[in-house]
Design a protein around this ligand. Structure first.
Ligand code: HEC
Ligand code: HEC
Ligand code: HEC
Ligand code: HEC
Ligand code: HEC
Length: 195
């Protein structure tokens, strides 16, 4: 797991959701043709709670401990996920962000020692995505966090209190988005989220 080179083309920075949200690049016509076939039955089924949306198994390059960094050390989310201030995405930390503190060991755990050695060798950290929407969905962190003032935990639950990365994380399902939009009196027109 330590020998994989960083592949720029797989990183969140290299393909921000922003790039996918260009109106010209969206197959809206094809999407709407698929609507009658796929959507009506699927909406009906999700309303009954029959479809459970995809959860896949994930293993991260380092067993990162959110609780230790956020709760015990008081490090803010922004230290590692700050892009939401200006972008549709929040971003995941690069090795340099960890090296800001872990260029030298801060403690005596084996886990940290392994990380420090990896960083000294110039190793990179290629995080696997846990939350990800399909490409036909437009979602913006800036809009929700900065304009809408919605707390991270509203959508990401207790991740900040986990001691190791969740193995399985469910994406936000359409009814999660629509449920809150209805409560908040935000548009639920199909083209609000599917562009
Ligand atoms: C602002 C400073 C800071 C940053 C940035 C930071 N850490 Fe830490 N980290 C610490 C401190 C302090 C400890 C506590 C060391 C101890 O007491 O064992 C720690 C502990 C750890 C440990 C060992 C303890 C455990 O429970 O897992 C690992 C592994 C770790 N950090 C990984 C990371 C990774 C990966 C990143 C980058 C995503 C990162 N850290 C970013 C300060 C930081
Ligand atoms: C010191 C760095 C650091 C801090 C501080 C931090 N995170 Fe993270 N976060 C990470 C790393 C590394 C990952 C990828 C590994 C994992 O899944 O745990 C991650 C993953 C996540 C993910 C899943 C991303 C995905 O792939 O979909 C969410 C959501 C998240 N963090 C939210 C938060 C929130 C909310 C806070 C503040 C309460 C926070 N993080 C603070 C480093 C950090
Ligand atoms: C209204 C719901 C919502 C809120 C609030 C929210 N997120 Fe997210 N987050 C999402 C969704 C949906 C995705 C998947 C986006 C995609 O795939 O395009 C995501 C993805 C992420 C990721 C994975 C990488 C990325 O940037 O796409 C991180 C990290 C993350 N969120 C951190 C945060 C942090 C930190 C906050 C608070 C500052 C926050 N989120 C607030 C819904 C939310
Ligand atoms: C917890 C509540 C909540 C959740 C969950 C939520 N939203 Fe929103 N959304 C809002 C609010 C509030 C706004 C308006 C923010 C503002 O501009 O003040 C908004 C605005 C938007 C907008 C811009 C609307 C417009 O008229 O331009 C889009 C697009 C959007 N949300 C998509 C999504 C998607 C996709 C999801 C699910 C992945 C989602 N939202 C989940 C509350 C939510
Ligand atoms: C507030 C945001 C939002 C609105 C409004 C919205 N959707 Fe969605 N939709 C999503 C998200 C997020 C997904 C992906 C997650 C999922 O499959 O639940 C999705 C998925 C879908 C899918 C794929 C379902 C599948 O099983 O793969 C179809 C089809 C769809 N939406 C059609 C529609 C139609 C038609 C409308 C208008 C009646 C609509 N959506 C309105 C957010 C939205």
């Amino acid at each position: 797991m330590d020998t994989e080179p960083f592949r720029e083309d797989e990183g969140i920075e290299a393909q921000p959701p922003e790039a996918r949200s260009e109106p010209q690049s969206r197959p809206v016509g094809i999407f709407l043709i698929g609507f009658l076939g796929v959507c009506v039955p699927s909406l009906a089924l999700t309303a009954l709670g029959i479809i459970h949306f995809g959860s896949r198994s994930v293993r991260q390059p380092v067993e990162f401990n959110h609780r230790k960094h956020v709760t015990e050390l008081g490090i803010s989310c922004d230290t590692c996920h700050s892009s939401y201030q200006t972008q549709t995405f929040s971003g995941l930390p690069k090795a340099e962000d960890c090296a800001a503190c872990h260029a030298e060991a801060q403690g005596s755990s084996d886990k940290e020692r392994a990380l420090v050695e990896k960083l000294k060798r110039g190793g990179t950290l290629e995080w696997k995505r846990l939350f990800a929407q399909p490409p036909h969905v437009f979602y913006s962190h800036r809009r929700h966090v900065v304009a809408g003032k919605i707390a991270c935990a509203t959508c990401h639950g207790g991740i900040a209190d986990t001691t190791s990365p969740p193995r399985q994380v469910r994406k936000l399902a359409m009814q999660d988005c629509i449920g809150c939009h209805l409560k908040s009196k935000v548009s639920v027109a199909c083209t609000t989220c599917h562009r």
